[in-house]
Ligand binder design. Structure first.
Ligand code: RI2
Length: 320
C-alpha cells in the first residue's frame, strides 16, 4: 500500500488483535472487516490521482486484499467469526477482476457495511433473546469477557430486572476484570473470584452464561480456557449453561474434517520471568462438550449445539 499512514493503520489493527488490545471474538471480527477500508481508501487515492486511467484493472488491489486477509487470519487462529466476516466481504472478489478498480472499491465498501450491519443487528437480537433468560433475583455466573454476555445482562438490567453476577478474573489476561468493571458501572452487583474459586461462585449460581470463539460441526463450543472445567462443575450442581454467540462463530471448515486450532499463547503472558527449566502451557481456549450445554443463544434463536449447525446451513449459505 502506497499510503504509509494507512498501511500503518492496517498493521496496527492486526497487532491490536494479536495482543488483545482488541478483545473478544465479535470485536475482533468487526475490527478485521473495518481494517479493509484502510486498503480501499489507499487505492481510491491512487485512482483519483491517476484519473487518466480510470478504467485500470484491480489486480493489484485484489492481491493486496488477499494478503491482508491472510495476515488477519493469522492474527488469532481460533476466530472463525473473523474468517467468516472477511469471507463474506471478499469470497467472490476474483469475479470482479475485470471490473474497473473504482467500481470494485465501491462494491467492497458496500459489502463491508453490509457485514457490519449483519453483526450489529445480530448483537441486538442475541441481547433481546438472551435477556429473557435472566429472571428476578437470579445469580448469574460468567467467565472471561464476552460482549455478547455483557450486552444480555445490561439489557436485562435496563428492563428493570434485579439480579447479580458472580464472575472469575480469567488469568492470565484478566478479561474477567473488564466484565466486572462494565457490569458494576451500570449498577449490577458483581462478586469477583479468582479462577480457582469458581466452584464457590457456581454453587451460588442459578445460570451460567459464556460466550464463544468457535462452534464446530459436532456442536462443540470453543471458548476461553476454563469454560469446560466450569461447565463440568455447573453440571454437577445442575446449573443450566447457555452459550451466547453470533452464528458467524461457526467454523464451516470443520464440516470437512478440519479441527478448529486452539491458540497457544506465549509463556510470558503467564510468568514473565519464569525459571528456564519450567515449561508453561498457555492455551487460550478449550472445547466445551455439547452434552454440557443447555442451549446456544444466537441471533437466529436458541438451539441445542447440534441442531444449530443444521439451521446455519440454510441461513448462512455464504459459509458453505
Ligand atoms: P464475544 C473471548 O476471547 C472470550 O473467549 C469470549 O468468551 C469470546 O472471546 C467471545 O466474546 P479473548 O478475545 O464475541 O478474550 O461474545 O481471547 O465478545
Amino acid at each position: 500500500m502506497s499510503n504509509f499512514k494507512n498501511k500503518n493503520s492496517f498493521n496496527k489493527v492486526v497487532l491490536d488483535i494479536k495482543n488483545l488490545e482488541i478483545q473478544g471474538a465479535t470485536n475482533i471480527a468487526i475490527a478485521a472487516v473495518k481494517s479493509l477500508k484502510f486498503i480501499l481508501s489507499d487505492f481510491s487515492k491512487i485512482e483519483s490521482k491517476s484519473n487518466s486511467k480510470s478504467n485500470s484493472k484491480p489486480n493489484k488491489l485484489i492481491s493486496e486484499l488477499k494478503n491482508a486477509k491472510k495476515k488477519l487470519f493469522k492474527s488469532r487462529p481460533t476466530e472463525p467469526m473473523l474468517r467468516n466476516a472477511l469471507n463474506y466481504v471478499l469470497s467472490d472478489v476474483d469475479k470482479y477482476a475485470m471490473d474497473e478498480t473504482d467500481k470494485l472499491i465501491l462494491r467492497l465498501n458496500h459489502r463491508i457495511d453490509q457485514a457490519l450491519e449483519i453483526i450489529s443487528k445480530g448483537k441486538l437480537e442475541i441481547s433481546k433473546i438472551g435477556s429473557k433468560k435472566i429472571k428476578k433475583n437470579m445469580v448469574v455466573f460468567t467467565h472471561c469477557h464476552s460482549k455478547s454476555v455483557v450486552d444480555i445482562l445490561l439489557l436485562a438490567k435496563s428492563k428493570g430486572k434485579k439480579f447479580e453476577v458472580h464472575n472469575t478474573e480469567t488469568r492470565p489476561r484478566y478479561q474477567g476484570r473488564k466484565t466486572a468493571k462494565e457490569l458494576a458501572s451500570h449498577g449490577i452487583k458483581v462478586t469477583h473470584y479468582v479462577d480457582s474459586a469458581a466452584r464457590l461462585a457456581l454453587k451460588k449460581a442459578d445460570l451460567f452464561l459464556i460466550g464463544a470463539d468457535a462452534i464446530t460441526v459436532e456442536g462443540k463450543v470453543i471458548n476461553k480456557i476454563g469454560s469446560e472445567l466450569f461447565a463440568e462443575v455447573a453440571k454437577r450442581y445442575q446449573i443450566p449453561i447457555y452459550v451466547c454467540t453470533h452464528s458467524w462463530k461457526f467454523d464451516p471448515q470443520t464440516i470437512f474434517g478440519f479441527e478448529e486450532p486452539i491458540e497457544l499463547r506465549s509463556e510470558s503472558e503467564v510468568w514473565p520471568d519464569k525459571p528456564k527449566n519450567v515449561k508453561i502451557q498457555n492455551f487460550a481456549f478449550e472445547q466445551v462438550d455439547p452434552d454440557l450445554i443447555s442451549g446456544v443463544i444466537t441471533e437466529l434463536g436458541i438451539y441445542k449445539p447440534e441442531s444449530l449447525v443444521e439451521e446455519l446451513k440454510s441461513r448462512n449459505k455464504f459459509m458453505f
